[in-house]
Design a protein around this ligand. Structure first.
Ligand SMILES: NC(=O)c1ccc[n+]([C@@H]2O[C@H](COP(=O)([O-])OP(=O)(O)OC[C@H]3O[C@@H](n4cnc5c(N)ncnc54)[C@H](OP(=O)(O)O)[C@@H]3O)[C@@H](O)[C@H]2O)c1
Length: 308
């Protein structure tokens, strides 16, 4: 596996990720032989990002290529690998890599039975399926990789060709790894949208402009400093301010209250654990949060009863 000669590559599922990774592998000198995709969007991505690839059904894409990248929706992965193996499209001298974060090598078991080498190769990045992704890959993306020991050098080479860095994820930790990424990136989207909505409620005309420098600084500080980056009323144990936040949120956007309460509680716990907030200073704040949680649960219960 120490060989660095170009590989023949098949892309099963020229979706956002498959097409972008294929284009990046082509830029690194590999040969993208074929790609699959039935929708107009997949066909357009193949034409734009994988011009050397023949458009073929999945079994034909997989058969005969050294590296098969399978990049399909998570729920489609396991049955598709079983179908490809049953159709005789996978065998020895092939490496089959999927790009799912939540799945590990288990999803590739039928490929292994057929003699192929398995890789779980998840780019920790959000993809558009356009050339924008290539710039992001070039600037360095981490890949959560699960691989048998004898394929680790191969995986490292592929990730390096994609301009990335390897993070080895044990098979039994794939779901945890993926939960952490989803929590951080997907829930961040919700959090920022919530903040923009509440700013609009407060009369702010351009919430994105207000949040842009603040949130970039908070993210940057957190990635460098961890819990030490925390500022704001929870870090100061400022129970009165948090109580006023909850009163106004409850009046104008009660749907925002549970998430605010849960995050404030978790923020307080982390601040105490990190020594940013003394337990004695946290007491009044924790009381405010507990009192509001009870009041909110009661209100939600009453509303449910009234509409039942
Ligand atoms: N999107 C991201 O930002 C991102 C980031 C990292 C990892 N991932 C992972 O990468 C994988 C692909 O995600 P994606 O966002 O690229 O998906 P996507 O844009 O929806 O593309 C999915 C591709 O799979 C094909 N496909 C769907 N069902 C299939 C089946 N049963 N058999 C064969 N091909 C099938 C689709 O082809 P048709 O044209 O025929 O529908 C399409 O080309 C997922 O495991 C996802 O979790 C995604």
């Amino acid at each position: 596996m120490g060989n660095t000669s170009p590989l023949s590559v098949g892309i099963v599922g020229a979706g956002r990720v498959g097409a972008a990774l294929g284009a990046a592998l082509a830029a690194a000198g590999h040969q993208i032989i074929a790609a699959s995709g039935r929708s107009a969007a997949s066909r357009t991505r193949i034409a734009e990002l994988l011009p050397t690839a023949a458009v073929r059904p999945a079994e034909e894409v997989a058969a005969g290529t050294r590296l098969v990248i399978v990049s399909v929706p998570d729920d489609a992965l396991t049955p598709l690998i079983a179908d490809l193996a049953e159709a005789g499209a996978l065998g020895p001298d092939q490496i089959v890599a999927h790009t799912s974060g939540a799945h590990g090598l288990g999803a590739l078991a039928p490929a292994v039975v057929a003699g192929a080498g398995p890789l779980a190769l998840h780019p920790a990045m959000t993809f558009t399926g356009t050339r924008l992704d290539l710039d992001r890959l070039r600037s360095g993306v981490s890949f959560g990789v699960t691989a048998p020991v004898d394929l680790r050098a191969f995986a490292t080479r592929i990730v390096a060709d994609l301009g990335g860095a390897v993070e080895w994820i044990p098979e039994e930790r794939r779901a945890l790894y993926h939960a952490a990424l989803a929590h951080g990136s997907n829930h961040l989207v919700t959090l920022v949208n919530e903040a923009m909505d509440r700013l609009r409620d407060a009369g702010v005309t351009d919430p994105a402009r207000v949040l842009d420098p603040l949130l970039h600084a908070a993210l940057d500080n957190t990635l460098r400093l961890g819990d030490a980056a925390l500022t704001g009323p929870v870090s100061r144990g400022d129970a009165g301010t948090v109580a006023r936040h909850l009163a106004d949120l409850g009046a104008s956007a009660p749907e925002s209250v549970p998430a605010y309460l849960a995050l404030a509680r978790r923020t307080a716990d982390r601040a105490v654990a990190a020594g940013r907030l003394l337990p004695a200073d946290a007491e009044q704040l924790l009381d405010v949060l507990a009192h509001n949680r009870l009041a909110h649960n009661r209100l939600a219960h009453d509303c449910e009863e009234a509409t039942a």
